[in-house]
Ligand binder design. Structure first.
Ligand code: PGA
Length: 252
């Protein structure tokens, strides 16, 4: 009942020319993919490559998203990009609160909340990332961390406004490390997130909410992860940079 979503997070990789090359090679590999019957596919390049990606993915089944945004509409905010600007160039999705932004760029639960509200307001589909670091998992705090991150991200967001919301569970210890959460670990975390969403938005909303798994997703583990009942897709970093491996994940 929940349509799966497979998203590529390209992080700070690829120039516009490399973006065009990717789509030239990737699109033929997924030519039998049908948006109506299959999963949703989203590619999130850097801001600089949005234009090239949108042009290259035109007439295909692939949607294009950004990796971040700023919550004000416009103004003296050097280096930032607003939700309305992303919409204006044709982006449809946006990743919010990725752990690398939390770790290196001062992203907090409160800025995630502001960004979520502005993305929803502009009509973007937000992919809000949550996840515990290794010390938190080892200290038995995973449940608390996920609940806190969700609760604060969803603060004063109504179920009606949040309809397009997607959450990505990304255990920080699994990102870029080659360590994947077992399908069971991921499914347990997804259940916590779904329970928190039920508290914030109601059970009906939570039943429809898509929760992706991210952290060292590869062609080899995509199938077992995606077979879990509560896992509604993947947010893929490293393995999404290569057209063949991303196509293999899309076809899990
Ligand atoms: P990874 O990254 O697939 O390279 O672990 C996932 C992510 O950071 O979204």
């Amino acid at each position: 009942m929940r349509k799966k979503l497979i998203a590529a997070n390209w992080k700070m990789y690829k120039t516009p020319a490399e973006t065009r090359d990717f789509f030239r090679d990737f699109l033929p590999l997924i030519q039998n993919h049908d948006r109506n019957n299959n999963d949703e596919i989203v590619v999130c390049p850097t801001y600089l490559c949005l234009d090239a990606a949108i042009a290259a993915a035109k007439d295909s089944d692939v949607s294009i998203g950004a990796q971040n945004l700023y919550w004000e509409k416009q103004g003296a905010f050097t280096g930032e990009v607003s939700a309305a600007m992303l919409v204006a160039v044709g982006a449809t999705h946006v990743i919010i609160g990725h752990s690398e932004r939390r770790q290196y760029f001062g992203e907090t639960d409160d800025t995630v909340n502001l960004k979520l509200k502005s993305a929803l307001e502009a009509g973007l589909t937000p992919i809000v990332c949550v996840g515990e670091v290794l010390e938190e998992r080892e200290a038995g705090l995973t449940d608390d961390v996920l609940r806190r991150q969700c609760l604060r991200a969803f603060h004063k967001v109504s179920a009606k406004k949040a309809a397009s919301l997607v959450v990505a569970y990304e255990p920080v210890w699994a990102i870029g490390t080659g360590k994947t959460a077992t399908p069971q670990i991921a499914a347990d975390a997804h259940a916590i997130i779904r329970a928190e969403a039920a508290e914030s938005f109601g059970q009906e909303f939570a039943d429809k909410l898509r929760i992706l798994y991210g952290g060292s997703v590869k062609p080899e583990n995509a199938h077992s992860l995606m077979s879990e009942e509560g896992i509604d897709g993947a947010l893929v970093g490293g393995a999404s940079l290569d057209p063949k491996s991303f196509a293999a994940i899309v076809k899990y």
